[in-house]
Write a protein that binds this ligand. Sequence first.
Ligand code: PLP
Length: 432
Amino acid sequence: MGKNEDLFIRAQKTIPGGVNSPVRAFRQVGGIPRFVSRAKGPYFWDAEDKRYIDLIMSWGPMIVGHANPEVVEAVQRAAATSFSYGAPTEGEIELAERICHLMPSVEQVRMVSSGTEATMSALRLARGYTGRDLIIKFEGCYHGHADSLLVKAGSGLLTFADSTQNAPSSGGVPQDLVKHTLVLPYNDIAALEEVFLKQGEQVAAVIIEPITGNMNLIKPLPEFLSTLRQLTSQHGSVLIYDEVMTGFRVALGGAQSLQGITPDLTCLGKVMGGGMPIAAFGGKKEIMSKLAPLGNVYQAGTLSGNPVAVASGLKTLEIVSRPGFYEQLTSQTEQLMKGLKLAADTSGVPVSVDSVGGMFGLYFADQVPRSFEEVTQSNIEHFKQFFHAMLNEGIYLAPSAYEAGFTSITHDSEVIEAILAAAQTAFKQLAR
Ligand code: PLP
């Protein structure tokens, strides 16, 4: 028995399922999760000192590579002056100013500690602002684990759940609570129009992953987004862009900058903290001013705006703001996807690929999916085999066919070559 297995057995005694977040348990793909001991750039080493090229990058945050020396230095400097004060700091203002500068739709921003808190608080704010209860989300989108958002949710819930129509995707969520959540198919303009025609005046907010990463990577149709913006404006509903995953990952200004859409509120996380636990929600000043202490919508956090996390976020955002960063990241990711497609085609394995910035989709399907329904029709058996073959070759993909993949600026040509060499071997095994 190897050290990873030892640790997994030990972990399961004191941690439910041996992990602190479900997808890490490898339940969809089977096998033993790798316990990470250290990481650098695009690589991490497991408990047996085997090196892997990381294509998850902490599910998105590590866009400048693991243990980036500039970020490490900023974090060390901040940590030396204490980890937390529970009082405001200048660094928080700098981070807020940088976010507002990079994302002009965000006029004011409130910092929290996780993406879940960001979406949960944004929804409460939207409800408080509009005085309405109803929210709309889309099938397969994951917005963290707040109760009213755990309906037909993606990511780990899609991996594990038996998602029954309009039932909560999780135990412990009252039916009474999710009755205020309407779930519509992603990219379905007619369904959106119908709901707004019937119930538009009751809709407090529509929350959307503007490019999904939690049912694999799915891009929205431009007309779907413009209809969404137009209907929410017309009916006085708050449009919430959940850019926890896409913010500073698909482009410097997030998905909204690529799509030309101005949301009312935006949720951020992951890259904005460079791997430290920090997230945020922000948007129109008129809406944000309803938050306590100015308004009556309560929201708070002991560790909110944590100075060490702020230092990590500020340095990460400084690095990604340097000229050419996203051009290089995008081109590297495209090079990887082109190579993967070619390797699959050569072996006769039906695969399609897509990417945007440093985020990619690899689908065991003939065509790039456009909805939750299409994604769930991909060949899961092929994915599982490919996942394990790649793992064996030292390439760490997300352990679920329903997750997007992530690159960093350190995934350079040499790293990509190594991934593609492994993929050729892995696809050949599938073809046999
Ligand atoms: N929103 C989106 C789009 C996400 O991808 C995630 C996490 O993956 C969340 C919200 C929740 O963030 P966290 O895991 O930090 O609570």
